[in-house]
Write a protein that binds this ligand. Structure first.
Ligand SMILES: Cc1cc2nc3c(=O)[nH]c(=O)nc-3n(C[C@H](O)[C@H](O)[C@H](O)COP(=O)(O)OP(=O)(O)OC[C@H]3O[C@@H](n4cnc5c(N)ncnc54)[C@H](O)[C@@H]3O)c2cc1C
Ligand code: SF4
Length: 487
């Protein structure tokens, strides 16, 4: 029975981050370990609310008060069963999710009074890490095999979640990935210091042991035609992500030293994988400008510091957000407020309400500065503030301004699927594209989102594919294609 006064006995606490000078000299995750006693005290802050608003913040429908109470009572084994009941990969979300469920926790209504939300994300990661350590995470192959086959295109969190669900439902599942390793953005986008890849690798081992088949270095639509794919499988699930990066077509864009974030981050991750001794795009000794103030920009920031950048500016066109939850985003919605991750603590200067006008080059055709100006938001658009134009010297510019949708050439053109106005693949209420038997999940259908949404989409789309193949499905479907975040 949860203790409704637990939050009065223990303040919200999170593990310490390793000292900045230590952690930027390696690539390991930034957090120190938490003791089991500390995490039990944190779980014990949960009140098991009559209406658990935390659930509204999580698309997976995680049974948060249940596993909080199990951890409080030291029953970790049941806790991982309840956690896995709704989430295939809690080691990914526990490390990487921005945790909208914490923003929706009842204890977050007045953090000044309660010391803040239950540390839900930390409880989650401690449960799954302990389960791996104890050997409780084992392959769960299907009890009965069907004679149906499914091809999943893309091995990001959406494709992996769908593949695991469909394999466990008894179908023969093959995941195709055009990269040489599996994991999508988990592998080559997200840096090692946010999630060490060993967490991904051991989950893939479990999936292999359950019977999921993986084919890497296969760009479907190029190495394997859409026609061959459709004739070889009973159903196809597209989970290829929203991989087209937003560019900045300002004068000077073609100078050397200006790169999209997803040109910069993958080779750095390859160094950690042991493929390269050094990244061909390195910030070492350079003044770096990151254009884009979001999470991808923060990943570039942390990477640049670890590579030995001489200095980093991170630019954002929006004004600086308020220090605390803004009134326009009341509890339990996702709050508009200033967020500073571990990468911001490591250095660099954040500059808000600025726009880039053009890039300046040196005699060798390499970028030497950007020209920027302050902006104001007037009548629905950003306008330059007169007299604020200035140069910011730099030798490396990283464009981290988001993604414009799925890559159309190749597979999607060949399949002739339809797109919506935002560049995402259109799907109906059963996750099916305009092409019969071809389904879509994750960023490819939703647009650039979060890992937790990709897993929820993968699970729900798997249920729809299972129903398409067999007439009905017992697989859980936590969301619909049109479900939106609480905001
Ligand atoms: C740098 C960066 C950092 C991020 N950090 C976070 C974070 O900390 N927390 C968070 O919640 N979210 C984060 N996100 C967002 C999150 O990573 C994505 O929302 C999520 O990975 C989407 O999953 P997905 O499975 O839909 O697609 P992806 O992860 O993009 O995977 C798609 C895969 O499909 C493959 N593919 C595409 N087309 C083909 C084809 N024709 N044939 C074969 N394979 C194909 C691609 O190679 C890719 O591996 C981040 C995004 C970026 C870019
Ligand atoms: S809203 Fe917070 S306190 Fe209430 S059940 Fe959820 S985690 Fe526990």
């Amino acid at each position: 029975m949860p203790d409704p006064r637990g939050f009065l006995r223990a303040e919200r606490a999170l593990p310490q981050r390793r000292p900045v000078d230590v952690r930027i000299s390696d690539w390991h995750e930034v957090y120190e370990a938490f003791s089991p006693e500390q995490i039990r005290a944190q779980a014990g802050r949960c009140m098991d609310c009559g209406i658990p608003f935390c659930h509204n913040g999580c698309p997976l429908g995680n049974l948060i008060p249940e596993w909080n109470d199990l951890v409080r009572g030291d029953d970790w084994r049941t806790a991982i069963e309840r956690l896995h009941a709704t989430n295939n990969f809690p080691e990914f979300t526990g490390r990487l999710c921005p945790a909208p469920r914490e923003a929706a926790c009842v204890l977050a209504i007045d953090p000044g009074l309660t010391s803040g939300a239950v540390a839900i994300k930390q409880v989650e990661v401690e449960i799954i890490d302990r389960a791996w350590d104890e050997g409780w995470v084992v392959p769960r192959p299907a009890a009965n095999r069907s004679d149906r086959s499914v091809a999943v295109i893309g091995s990001g969190p959406a494709g992996l979640a769908a593949a695991q669900q469909l394999t466990r439902a008894g179908h023969s599942v093959t995941v195709y990935e055009r990269a040489d390793r599996l994991g999508g953005l988990l592998r080559y986008g997200i840096p090692e210091f946010k999630m060490e890849k060993r967490h991904l690798d051991r989950r893939l081992e479990q999936m292999r042991a359950e019977g999921t088949r993986f084919v890497t270095s296969c760009d479907v639509g190029v190495d394997l035609s859409a026609g061959a794919l459709r004739s070889s499988y009973d159903a196809v699930l597209l989970a290829g992500g929203a991989t087209v990066g937003r560019d900045l077509p300002a004068p000077g864009r073609d100078l050397a030293g200006i790169h999209l974030a997803m040109e910069y981050l993958p080779p750095s991750n390859r160094v950690q994988e042991g493929d390269l001794s050094a990244s061909p795009i390195s910030a070492a000794g350079k003044r770096v400008v990151i254009i884009g103030g979001g999470d991808t920009g923060a990943d570039c920031l942390g990477t640049a510091h670890r590579q030995g950048a001489a200095g980093v500016h991170q630019l954002e066109i929006l004004p600086e957000p308020p220090g605390a939850r803004h009134g326009s985003t009341p509890w339990p919605t996702w709050p508009l407020m200033m967020r500073s991750g571990s990468a911001h603590e490591e250095g660099g200067e954040r500059v808000f309400a600025v726009n880039t006008e053009r890039f300046l080059g040196d005699h060798d055709g390499a970028v030497r500065a950007i020209v920027l100006h302050d902006v104001e938001f007037v009548e629905g658009r950003f306008v330059p503030v007169e007299g604020t134009e200035r140069e910011l010297p730099c030798e490396l510019v990283l464009l981290a301004m988001g993604f414009t949708g799925a890559q159309r050439e190749g597979l999607l053109s060949e399949l002739e699927v339809s797109f919506d106005q935002r560049g995402n693949v259109v799907r109906d209420d059963a996750w099916q594209t305009t092409v019969p038997g071809v389904f879509v999940a994750g960023d490819m259908g939703r647009g650039q989102s979060l890992i937790v949404w990709a897993i929820a989409e993968g699970r729900a789309a798997a249920a729809a594919v299972d129903a398409f193949l067999t007439g009905s499905s017992m697989l859980p479907a936590p969301i619909r294609p049109t479900t939106m975040a609480l905001c």
